[in-house]
Write a protein that binds this ligand. Structure first.
Ligand SMILES: Nc1ncnc2c1ncn2[C@@H]1O[C@H](COP(=O)(O)OP(=O)(O)OP(=O)(O)O)[C@@H](O)[C@H]1O
Ligand SMILES: [Mg+2]
Length: 590
């Protein structure tokens, strides 16, 4: 879990903020719900109050209203109660669902605005829990506030009114007893927050196990990791289960108290009404009936009100998580005064760039490297040397701590993200495909590409033949991250996606590493065509790929060790030549 910033520690502050940001946004639907609640509350009180009239009629009291009047009143009151109860429930749910939808949209928009470093530090299961659970928590807070302060409080007030009206003396007794139940709640509040936080952590773990099982299935099977995963899952599930139980116990702590109090209450009624010597203690049976009814009805809202603090506290944990992410800055916004890159761009350069992912060790150390316009430069060197990092900086996934990344002399920090994105195409070291059709995956490169253009790109990437052999051709679904395709097929689709974009700067991170020799040879041709007139940077371990380059740069330990023309480098006696063995052989192939 991402550590919380701690600014949102006050529950009152959180409630006010939820009410201001989410409740007010749906104020009209909530207004309908609240109006209905007022009717629910008053008709509930009325239904207790009418008991006296009913009882008077039944006991043939000469002062009673006529039977038809009372009967009609009962029907009207109960129908009104039912109808307003329905409206209240539907309106409350509608507003609540809209609040959830709004928040989920907002959080996701925020997630998209986060920098790559945040994604490095945040697990996807964590993001999932945030988007789903915290929205639910905000809705709960509003529901609790609205139903407690409007429906329950009003209902309780109405019923107490009936009680006082019918039997003032006894009412006094309960008004003293009632608040006792609420005292018990204070004791448990601090535990609620801890349990809820732990429950969300376990929930995240459940999602993580499922995710890792699905995406890592082959590794799981090959290494027989089922038992380990099952154990992790069991633990997480058990934790969530026991924490849910603990929460219910805390939330329900007032139930036995209130019920015990209700027993005491009825006992007092029996004793007091039997004791004729109590002055004013005698009430008519009708009055007594209405009083008892009101008393019994009052337990429900009283119970809910006494649970309110606990429920609020539980929801607070989720809401805090929500604010934590909503309050993050929009890292993807362009800084003040950014300008678009020119339409035609060429030279790409890193100047004295130092960059560290974690602020401790440097992935790039004072690196200066110029990629000349319209030429292809191969980055080679040992694994972990910093080649992919250079591409990440060019894509502006990260900004260097020192030095500048430039395109045609413009520092990328001063360039709009949109224009940078429009000028660059990228094939990553790890292919990524969306769970949609082949065609749509290629079209992700350029949303406006026609079917013919998609097909041309696929041909260039040597993908057309295998695509047409698929069951539904270009409309075949590729599965999650393209699982239904082979590694080389996935790579060719990624390549086609970059080619269809037709961008001026092409970044290929081992874009052909998974291809067999023949396919690679053919793709190399395609790349040669695609890279003509473009500034291309390709990372390669294979000599055959490097041969497509005009220049070669050797990166090791975050530094530029060697840089020069292809033939010069291969035939020299430096690192590049050493990497690819016999340079004489190479010259023949080239
Ligand atoms: N997201 C990240 N967070 C922290 N460190 C990272 C991250 N990505 C890479 N590194 C570290 O930065 C260094 C350079 O990694 P980079 O991916 O640039 O190497 P590379 O030259 O592309 O290697 P390879 O040839 O294996 O792909 C490595 O030490 C790696 O551990
Ligand atoms: Mg790499």
């Amino acid at each position: 879990m991402i550590p919380l910033t701690g600014q949102q520690n006050s529950i009152l502050h959180a409630i006010f903020r939820v009410m201001r940001e989410n409740f007010l946004a749906q104020k009209w639907i909530y207004a309908v719900a609240i109006a209905a609640m007022v009717i629910v509350a008053s008709s509930t009180a009325a239904s207790a109050w009418i008991m006296k009239a009913i009882f008077d009629v039944l006991s043939n009291d000469p002062l009673a209203y006529s039977a038809p009047v009372v009967a009609a009143a009962v029907v009207i009151i109960l129908t009104g109660k039912g109808l307003s109860g329905y409206i209240q429930q539907v309106a409350l749910a509608k507003a609540g669902n809209r609040v959830i939808a709004d928040i989920q949209r907002k959080i996701y928009r925020k997630v998209l605005q986060q920098e790559a470093a945040w994604f490095d530090a945040t697990e996807s299961s964590d993001i999932l829990v945030r988007v789903t659970q915290s929205a639910q928590a905000a809705r709960s807070i509003i529901d609790i506030v609205v139903t407690s302060f409007v429906r329950d409080a009003l209902t309780l007030a109405g019923l107490i009114g009936v009680m006082v009206w019918q039997y003032a003396l006894l009412s006094g007794v309960f008004l003293v007893l009632g608040p006792l139940a609420v005292l018990g709640v204070r004791a448990v509040l601090s535990r609620v927050r801890r349990i809820m936080t732990a429950e969300l952590v376990s929930l995240t773990e459940i999602l993580k196990v499922i995710q890792e099982t699905a995406t890592g299935l082959r590794v799981v099977r090959a290494f027989g990791l089922e038992a380990i995963l099952q154990a992790r899952m069991d633990r997480a599930v058990r934790d969530v289960e026991s924490r849910s139980n603990a929460m219910v116990r805390l939330e329900s702590i007032t139930v036995p108290m209130i019920d015990a109090l209700s027993g005491v209450a009825i006992a007092i009624i029996i004793l007091v009404s039997a004791a004729t010597f109590v002055p004013g203690g005698k009430a008519s049976s009708g009055e007594l009936m209405a009083f008892v009814t009101a008393l019994l009805m009052a337990f429900e809202p009283a119970k809910r009100l006494s649970q309110m603090r606990v429920s609020l506290e539980a929801a607070f944990v989720g809401v805090r998580m929500m604010f934590d992410i909503l309050d993050r800055p929009d890292a993807m916004q362009d800084a003040e005064g950014c300008s678009d890159l020119p339409v035609q761009v060429g030279e790409v350069a890193l100047r004295n760039v130092s960059f560290s992912y974690d602020g401790r060790s440097d992935a790039l150390k004072n690196l200066t490297l110029v990629f000349p316009a319209g030429r292809t430069t191969a980055l080679v060197g040992p694994s972990g040397g910093g080649k992919s990092t250079i591409m990440s900086l060019l894509l502006r996934l990260y900004d260097p701590q020192e030095g500048a990344v430039e395109i045609d002399g413009l520092n990328l920090r001063g360039v709009t993200r949109q224009s940078l994105q429009a000028r660059t195409a990228y094939v990553g070291q790890n292919t990524f495909l969306f769970a949609t059709s082949v065609r749509e995956n290629i079209r992700m490169g350029r949303r406006t590409a026609s079917d013919a253009e998609v097909e041309a790109a696929a041909r260039a990437a040597q993908a057309h033949a295998f695509i047409t052999a698929l069951p539904q051709g270009y409309d075949t679904q590729v599965g999650e991250n393209g699982v239904l395709l082979s590694g080389g097929q996935r790579q060719r689709l990624s390549l086609a996606r970059a080619i269809v974009k037709d961008a001026q700067i092409l970044l290929l991170d081992e874009a052909t590493s998974a291809l067999d020799n023949r396919s690679e040879w053919l793709v190399r041709d395609a790349i040669a065509t695609a890279t003509r007139g473009r500034t291309t940077i390709l990372i390669a371990h294979r000599l055959s790929t490097v041969l497509a380059a005009d220049e070669v740069a050797f990166i090791e330990g975050g530094r530029l060790v060697e840089h020069g023309g292809l033939t010069e480098m291969l035939n020299g006696n430096g690192k590049v030549a050493g990497l690819f063995g016999d340079a004489g052989l190479v010259r023949d192939v080239a």
